[in-house]
Design a binder for this molecule. Structure first.
Ligand code: BTN
Length: 267
């Protein structure tokens, strides 16, 4: 395996706002590092960037495949808002990642509700926001937003369970460390253009414009049953709006699978 290294200094030089950045070759999970740092009092904006993770964390308790060839970063935040604003952190991050990727690739990055980034029908990025409440309150003490980008396809391909949906921003092309540093800085700059602790702009207008699922036929699970519906869009509350048997349905959370040529593609 070729060991590649990125430098925190090269990233911070490109930032519009001074942030404490730690860059690592490998780590169990940048989110775990971020959560520990937050518990230990790290300031908002503290960022961890790694080139691979040995125990990457995904949504719904899943693991996140994080081999060399990716870019994994987590940002500690201290939003002075109600916990309900946590969703705005995720939508701001999704919008920020798309804007950052716009500067590096020709295909338009799209957002698959709630927090996946797709390019050319392949998932190239997942986002996971974790955090903790101020004890006995509905306010957030801290949040950690984790962003996992697949940049180059792993030499052995993706594991079978994600092989039909995962993709990489640069395909099979190797990405120089300078590009990884520039991309990390671009993501941070775009994110902090939307976010500050006192006020989170969720980037929702752009998030909705980039909705990958619009017009697609999808399935979703409810009360143990599989439902099939057409996606109308994402509303102001970040609910997925579906049309099912002539009725409008609003999904607040969960996952949907896109139907491809009447076959189901699990996402
Ligand atoms: C998902 O698609 O289920 C969300 C994946 C989020 C992965 C990122 S990679 C950086 C950060 N560290 C983690 O362990 N997870 C997040």
């Amino acid at each position: 395996m070729i060991l590649t290294l990125i430098s925190a200094e090269n990233i911070t030089q490109k930032l519009k706002k001074a942030l404490p950045v730690t860059a690592l070759e490998s780590v169990d999970s940048t989110n775990l590092l971020g959560l520990k740092a937050a518990r230990d009092g790290a300031i908002s904006g503290t960022t961890f960037v790694a080139l691979r993770q040995t125990a990457g964390r995904g949504r719904l308790g899943r693991s996140f495949f994080s081999p060399q060839g990716g870019l994994y970063l987590s940002i500690v935040l201290r939003p002075q808002t109600e916990a309900s604003a946590a969703l705005s952190v995720t939508t701001a991050a999704a919008t920020a990642v798309c804007r950052a990727l716009d500067g590096f690739c020709t295909e338009k990055p799209m957002i698959k509700w709630v927090n996946d980034i797709y390019i050319a029908d392949r998932k190239v990025c997942g986002i996971l926001t974790e955090g903790a409440f101020v004890p006995n309150s509905t306010r957030l003490d801290y949040a950690v937003v984790g962003i996992g980008l697949n940049l180059t396809e792993p030499a052995g391909g993706y594991p079978p369970e994600i092989a039909d949906k995962a993709g990489a921003v640069f395909g099979k092309e190797n990405v120089p460390d300078e590009i990884k540093e520039a991309l990390a800085a671009a993501v941070l700059n775009e994110f902090f253009a939307l976010y500050d602790d006192a006020h989170i702009q969720n980037g929702l207008e752009e998030y909705r414009r980039r909705s990958y699922l619009d017009g697609k036929t999808v399935t979703y699970q409810k009360d143990g049953n599989t439902h099939i519906a057409r996606v109308l869009g994402v509303d102001e509350s970040v609910h997925l709006v579906l049309e099912e048997n002539g009725q409008k349905i609003f999904l607040e959370a969960g996952e949907v699978s896109v139907c491809v040529n009447k076959q189901l593609k699990q996402h």
